[in-house]
Design a protein around this ligand. Sequence first.
Ligand code: NAD
Length: 291
Amino acid sequence: MLLKGKEVANQIKEEIAKEVQSIVSKGVRPPHLVAVLVGEDGASKTYVKNKELACEKVGFSSTLVRLPDTTSEEELLAKIEEINNDDEIDGLIVQLPLPKHISEHNITQAINPAKDVDGFHDVSVGRLSKGQDTFISATPYGITQLLDRYNIETKGKHCVVVGRSNIVGRPMSILMSGSNKTGNATVTICHRHTVDLKKYTVMADILIVAVGIPEFITADMVKEGATVIDVGITRVDADNKKGYVLKGDVNFDQVEEVAGYITPVPGGVGPMTIIGLMQNTLKSHQAKFNV
Ligand code: NAD
């Protein structure tokens, strides 16, 4: 069965839009998200555009700050400071990756944790690891909600996460093992140094893959009936108008034959990631206005 991220995301967007209408009807300004985009990376431009469109759809204000790839780290830090101090802004994201001369760590740590709607700041990650209320990184947050909306039981299940990045794999493993609603699973986290990956993936009731290698997971690596969440999005050259197609980390045609549930690419995890971001922005606004 397909886990239709796009459909669920549209439902949640409608729910958020209603909340925004209620906020505005009380005379309070709507939530405001600012995205900073440095440089001209094609995929990043698309991601930022999709976030802006989602803001528009739910009734948030959004501002895109575009900076050239020659921007220095100091200039970017100054821009972040300005946004941190602006009371009219609830959420700030700096689209990654950044040009090589800018430290991603320095930038994510410069964001005010109260506006850290991407959940990349050490404070957000630390709170997440301790099971405290925080901004949860958008992709893992979106995935837990997708599992929740399809009533997929996680408690007591074995969840295997492939990939240990700070933005997907690691926070995902923390959430799935936590005592939160879509948690309480026994979690195995695999990465590039895992020996005999298949030995672990075939044990998964829930398999979450975030490696960035197209069609890496094949049918023989998946247990019959497992829930398979494909986070990967890679542009693969193709003879079409765009010049590429998007491929997930899972060989969809093969794996859908064995999986109980599976996310498509595109239309699975991607739209749910944007939902995670919208919800974090709303949360930041609520913390300020409490309406
Ligand atoms: P990353 O490059 O930071 O991390 C990749 C991880 O895969 C690493 O932890 C590495 O150890 C692991 N890995 C690499 N080769 C492996 C192997 N042979 N066996 C097992 N593990 C291996 O990537 P990321 O930022 O987590 O992104 C992963 C993918 O997810 C990318 O395709 C990215 O575009 C996509 N992504 C999608 C969304 C979304 O909204 N759908 C969000 C974030 C990332």
